[in-house]
Every structure is written in structure tokens, then in C-alpha cells.
Design a protein around this ligand. Structure first.
Ligand code: ZN
Length: 143
């Protein structure tokens, strides 16, 4: 099974292109970028866009065994040739201002159905914002 298939079927990564894998301090980091054919303007939806700058962002994903997995997204700022807007590519794998993927959120909700909250929180730590809200991660069941 290729890495692209693992990302698609295992982590729910769709519409992204696999770049490389890094192994750092026992963690697995998959580098991905938006599929060039799916890039479009965030304002008008036009595909006539030009890349204008980039940066990367790491999201925590569903673990593999006891290893932490991160998705390093290589995001581009896109200039639209139709409406002239200059915006960052939308982050469809996570919720705004969160550093974990939607699939990890669903995974934690499933774990909470079987485990008590304290054990689940210790498995994912404070970096997910666990325990700060009245519901774990602020995720509702329909996620
Ligand atoms: Zn546009």
C-alpha cells in the first residue's frame, strides 16, 4: 500500500498530494500539499489562481500505535486572476485555529465512548485542548 493510500484510507486525507515522510524523535510527520488541480480562489471559486507565498502548518493526526503522527501542510497563498483576492488556501482537514485533524477529533470521541475521560486525556495531552471546555475538544457527536 502506498503512502498516498495510507493517508487517504487511514487519515482521511483527500484532495492533497503526498510529498515526503519524516521520522523525528519517535514521531511520524507526513508532508502534504493541496492537489494542484484542486486549488481555487477562496472568494469566487475560480481555478485561475497563482501561488504567491507559502508557509507550513502541523496538525496532529490519529496515532499509529504509540507513535504520534503529524500532517505537515504546505499551504500556499493564492492570488485570484478573476477577483484579485489574495488569500491562503482553505484548511479543510481541521477546524479553524485547531492544531489537530477532524479525523483525530472523531477518533477521540469514539474513545470516550469506551474509556473514561481522564485516560483519554492522558493519551492525547493538553496540546489538544482537552479538559478546557465542558465537552472534550469542543467536539459534538456529529463531527
Ligand atoms: Zn477569485
Amino acid at each position: 500500500m502506498s503512502t498516498t493510500s495510507v493517508l487517504y484510507h487511514g487519515f482521511g486525507v483527500r484532495g492533497y498530494k503526498y510529498l515526503k515522510t519524516e521520522y523525528q524523535k519517535g514521531n511520524i510527520i507526513f508532508h502534504i500539499e493541496r492537489d494542484p488541480h484542486k486549488r481555487c480562489c477562496a472568494e469566487c471559486g475560480s481555478k485561475r489562481v497563482k501561488k504567491k507565498g507559502h508557509f507550513s502548518r502541523e496538525l496532529r493526526a490519529v496515532p499509529i500505535g504509540k507513535k504520534k503522527v503529524f500532517l505537515c501542510l504546505h499551504l500556499h497563498r493564492l492570488q485570484c486572476k478573476v477577483c484579485r483576492s489574495l488569500k491562503l488556501e482553505p484548511l479543510i482537514l481541521s477546524f479553524p485555529k485547531k492544531h489537530w485533524t477532524k479525523s483525530l477529533g472523531r477518533y477521540v470521541v469514539e474513545l470516550l465512548k469506551e474509556r473514561d475521560c481522564r485516560r483519554c486525556g492522558s493519551a492525547f495531552g493538553d496540546e489538544l485542548g482537552y479538559g478546557k471546555g465542558d465537552t472534550p475538544l469542543g467536539i459534538k457527536e456529529e463531527v
